[in-house]
Design a protein around this ligand. Sequence first.
Ligand code: SAM
Length: 333
Amino acid sequence: MTTPLKDSYNRPIRDLRVSLTDRCNFRCFYCLPHGEPPIAPKEQMLSYEEIEYVCEIFVSLGIEKIRLTGGEPMLRRDIETVIAKLSALKSKGLVDLALTTNGYYLPDRAQSLKDAGLDRITISVDSLKREVFKEMTGVDVLDRVLTGIAATKAAGLEPIKINAVIVRGHNEDEVADFAVFAREQNVKMRFIEFMPLDSGHEWSREMVVSGREIRERISERFPLVAVDVARGSETSSRYRFADGAPGEIGIIAPVSEPFCGACSRIRLTADGQIRTCLFSTVEHSLRDVVRSGATRPEIIEYIDSVVLKKEPRHYINDPQFVAPSRTMSFIGG
Ligand code: SAM
């Protein structure tokens, strides 16, 4: 039995985010504002067999949650195949297998994802207004994404989480409308502060709508009550509606209320690099180690050594902060 992964600050690492591709069919301005950067050549990408192999090792090291992301993970061919392979790791200690998607392919595929063994889906929806959705994401497909949410429900992949990045001047006036959506649709609505991870490096503090402002905007219409659970390593602070309505509110405020002290996450990029923080400026090539023919104990030793390098916190609020060169679409949000 191997000791569970711990970093040098004694934080247990339980949560692995695996990016399946850095390609995306949306052009969200806060992620890919100037068109898609060059994507990794196919031979540099981890194959499904490699993903399965390293995930099995990660699970043996105490990883309990795997979230598939990207880019747009559903652009990767036969994603159901890798979901089925990873779902089999539940017999070895994996507790939760989730997917973050822009929802475009869900109308036709939600059921096959469920059948393959997926537990949960998070869907990104930045606006409930067709024009604003189009302006923020670069594609005019709000209706299709809403149909995808309905298909996800019909497939029984609940509870559904909806992610909205709130950016000043774009959608902060919709915060309370999203709360209505959470109540009516019985979904977990999560509001995310805009982080400096856009390829255009246009992020500015003025564009960040703080978690506090988001809470206030909702509370004016619907009083909230903090959900009475230890937050643990969760990214969001969670609230329910005081009047007992269905749905939930989550606020993810990494800029104004950092939660690095309880971070349990590491990331694997589509080209096989381990990132120990969203804001890391260095990466560690697990792919090269695996492809060099390293033995399983050598791979474990490498992962252990990388995890020990996990940063104590992000430095967004420090004057000397340098944004990572790769955007969210490469890192895997
Ligand atoms: N394509 C999928 C999607 O749209 O959900 C998965 C990848 S996307 C990078 C994952 C999440 O990161 C999305 O909810 C997206 O809105 C969020 N995201 C991307 N860039 C961000 C930024 N600069 N600040 C905050 N969240 C961001």
